[in-house]
Design a protein around this ligand. Structure first.
Ligand SMILES: *Cc1c(COP(=O)(O)O)cnc(C)c1O
Length: 421
């Protein structure tokens, strides 16, 4: 028998795949953990979290009681203790098809719907599907960072096009045309937007579809914030334009029902011309789902009831709260030296704020701003570096209003303390 020290000094052949390190360093969680590590333990005040995207812990954001009851009913029925098909149970796929068809000029079929463990899993699957050798996808900048993290993990190349802050974060379609070439297969948009809080107009989405058609690429529309809108533009699903260019919609119940821990999402093909079948995309989605784990069965079992029984009041209450918080944020930020918010958020949970470092003292860049804000005022916001843009920050306004007021006031004090005299 070899001794213990003999075993540890022996050369072993295995080693962890380092791609995971590059990939996971890019996520929101990793940035927030770094900032949390910079909080001052001697500050007696509670820290204020304006960096996250999960308001479920706040009393004002508790999910609808009908949704909780639906889960209990499904669980107690004893019908959901077994495995589900990898693409999801038929009745649950039918429920999603009917639910999303309300907003479309045509009817989705359950065959257009594939269930996933949240929208995160939907992104993972779709990037795997598109990751043919030498293929590339076009990502918006700023971008929800999971796309880049996952693209690296899935080994698909990516290029960035700009969103235009002075035009309510519309896609720079000229840049999309300039970036795309023979190897480009898809472009990604998020609407309502994370991190920008944009809600795109019908006309703009139509132009996105026309550009995709011209380039021969498909549109992936991340609509995880569907119907979380509180401005003048209503939510228009990209699927409305599925006959101009094929559209794949990604979504989940995570944000609209404020239950991201329930892990129920979907991939939906909006493609009246059946191009996604013809080009093997549908088979590839099914193929990758067949080598992945399906979402929890009793969440699938509860889905019909969740969609049918949740009262309109619940959605109205959440959107009213988000509107009030977004208005507060937007008007207060105007008074803070060194900060501007070029476009008022109209959807989702976030405002993008530009930093003007020339009027602030002792701040190097957005990351330095966030680190010092954590240390001096115990407030966490997300640095633009995590979203691909320098000297911006993302402020989440989906928290209790009293904490939001406290947090924004502390940011104001911080910027005043750092103002050039
Ligand atoms: C939160 C979020 C997701 C992930 O959604 P889950 O359903 O919680 O996995 C995907 N895309 C965007 C833009 C998000 O903000």
């Amino acid at each position: 028998m070899e001794t213990e020290s003999g075993i540890s000094s022996r050369k072993w052949r295995f080693k962890g795949n380092e791609i995971s390190m590059r990939s996971s360093a890019l996520t929101v969680r990793s940035a927030l953990n770094m900032l949390m590590g910079n909080l001052d333990p001697n500050d007696q005040r509670p820290s204020i979290q304006l960096g996250h995207g999960d308001p479920s812990a706040f009393p004002s954001f508790r999910t609808a009681p009908e949704a909780e009851i639906a889960i209990c009913d499904a669980l107690l029925s004893a019908e959901y203790n077994g495995y589900s098909p990898n693409i999801g149970r038929l009745h649950a796929r039918k429920a999603v098809a009917e639910h999303l068809s309300h907003d479309l000029p045509y009817k989705l079929s359950p065959d257009d719907v594939f269930l996933t463990s949240g929208c995160t899993h939907a992104i993972e699957i779709i990037l795997d599907v598109l990751a043919c050798p030498s293929a590339n996808i076009l990502l918006p900048k700023p971008c929800y960072p999971y796309y880049e993290a996952r693209a690296i993990a899935s080994n698909i190349q990516f290029r960035y096009f700009d969103l235009l802050p002075e035009r309510d974060w519309e896609v720079d379609l000229g840049a999309v045309e300039a970036l795309a070439d023979q190897t480009t297969v898809a472009m990604i948009i998020t609407n309502p937007g994370n991190p920008c809080g944009n809600v795109y107009k019908f006309e703009h989405l139509k132009k996105v579809a026309e550009t995709a058609r011209k380039l021969g690429i498909l549109v992936i529309s991340d609509e995880v914030y569907y119907h979380l809108t509180f401005g003048s533009n209503p939510f228009v699903p990209m699927g409305v334009f599925g006959s101009i260019a094929p559209v794949i919609t990604l979504g989940s119940i995570s944000k609209r029902w404020v239950v991201p821990g329930w892990r129920l999402g979907w991939i939906v093909t909006n493609d009246p011309n059946n191009l996604l079948k013809k080009y093997g995309i549908v088979d590839s989605i099914i193929g990758f789902l067949n080598v992945s784990a399906e979402p929890t069965s009793f969440i699938q079992g509860a889905l019909t009831q969740i969609f049918e029984k949740t009262k309109v009041d619940f959605f109205t209450k959440i959107n009213d709260l988000l509107r009030e918080n977004a208005d507060f944020c937007f008007s207060k930020i105007k008074e803070i030296p060194g900060m501007t918010c070029p476009s008022k958020p109209e959807g989702a949970l976030f405002a993008m704020v530009r930093l003007n470092l020339s009027v602030l003292e002792n701040i190097e860049d957005d990351v330095d701003f966030c680190l010092k804000l954590a240390k001096e005022e115990s407030v966490i916001v997300l640095p633009g570096a995590t979203l691909g843009v320098k000297n911006w920050i993302r402020v989440t306004f989906a928290i209790e209003p009293s904490s939001l007021h406290d947090g924004i006031n502390r940011i104001k004090v911080f910027c005043e303390n750092h103002s050039k005299k």
